[in-house]
Design a protein around this ligand. Structure first.
Ligand code: NAD
Length: 297
């Protein structure tokens, strides 16, 4: 078997087109354009490139965006004051604090400082809690984008065994919640693996759907999966490559060549989950502007 490609570039474009048309309708009704405020601390090159992709998408769909770049010497209290000022600003709909933050700033405290009604990344405990019990909430963009991709290609999830590799708050854990929910979710049976899981092959080999978000290039190889598996590779790893102008290339967590020979569907890296993540951020920002998730608050 040779896998078909789950084309994140194409599907993300379709999502952005829908968002752009909704934004235009929203503005034609007399509302101001949705606004996303990005806060970027420090000079991490990967973070800067992610933020560029996000603000470029904002331009495309008609969302206004502003990026505040702060030095990595900023204190936790100073950062919180900045966030509070955006919480109070009625012209700011969504706030995104680009992660990771410098190690002296407690990440969760910075996330908790964001008004949950503007938390378009879906990382605030209020949104995480509401997601877990099936209440309307901002959904973290990578898992939401993955479900959108599966849905676009009509890949069945109900009753399937989904194995998630990685248990982070950003990807693995919310992914497992969204996949497992009986109502409003994907209705799968979920196994979640992390770095303490013994013998991950015992789990991956049984997966109908395998979501890999470990940040470990080449972690999953062909012999670890069964024929016909649907593979979603979330990993984005910079691997040194002196043949490339930048000196590196991007690769996922799966050995694409061997895994794609057995899979029925697979996401490429780049061009799979990444563009979907950005597209879902646009969707969340529009939801924030419309106050769809927290009406009247
Ligand atoms: P993280 O470092 O916060 O978490 C990694 C998780 O993987 C942990 O739960 C860890 O226990 C587990 N893990 C690590 N090595 C493992 C191993 N050998 N076996 C089993 N489990 C293992 O990372 P994260 O923020 O969840 O991101 C994971 C990857 O996804 C990274 O490569 C990141 O760049 C990428 N990512 C991509 C997108 C996207 O839009 N495509 C978005 C977010 C993150």
């Amino acid at each position: 078997m040779s896998a078909s490609i789950l084309d994140g570039i194409k599907v993300a474009e379709k999502v952005r087109e829908l968002v752009a048309s909704d934004v235009s309708e929203w503005v034609q009704k007399g509302n101001r354009a949705p606004k996303l405020q990005v806060v970027l601390v420090g000079s991490n090159p990967a973070s800067h490139s992610y933020v560029n992709a996000k603000t470029k998408a904002c331009n495309e769909v008609g969302v206004e965006s502003d990026t505040l770049v702060l030095p990595d010497t900023i204190s936790h209290n100073e950062l919180e004051e900045v966030i509070y000022s955006y919480n109070a600003d009625i012209n700011t709909d969504g706030i995104l604090v680009q992660l990771p933050l410098p190690t002296h700033i407690p990440q969760l405290a910075a996330i908790e400082a964001i008004d949950h009604r503007k938390d378009v990344d879906g990382f605030h405990p209020m949104n995480v809690g509401r997601l877990t019990i099936g209440q309307p909430s901002f959904k973290p963009c990578p898992p939401a984008g993955i479900l959108e991709l599966l849905d676009y290609y009509s890949i069945p999830t109900k009753g399937k065994h989904a194995v998630v590799i990685g248990a982070s708050n950003i990807v693995g854990t919310p992914m497992s919640v969204l996949l497992s929910r009986e109502s409003g979710g994907a209705k799968s049976t979920v196994t979640i693996c992390h770095k303490f899981t013994r013998d991950i092959t015992r789990h991956t080999i049984d997966a109908d759907i395998l979501i890999v978000a470990a940040g470990s290039p080449g972690l999953i190889t062909g012999p670890m999966v069964k024929e016909g598996v649907v593979v979603i590779d979330v990993g984005i790893n910079r691997v040194a490559d002196h043949n490339r102008e930048k000196g590196y290339r991007l690769t996922g967590d799966c050995d694409f060549d061997s895994v794609s020979k057995k899979a029925s569907w697979i996401t490429p890296v780049p061009g799979g989950v990444g563009p979907m993540t950005v597209a879902m951020l646009m969707k969340n920002t529009l939801l924030a502007a419309k106050k769809s998730l927290y009406p009247g608050k």
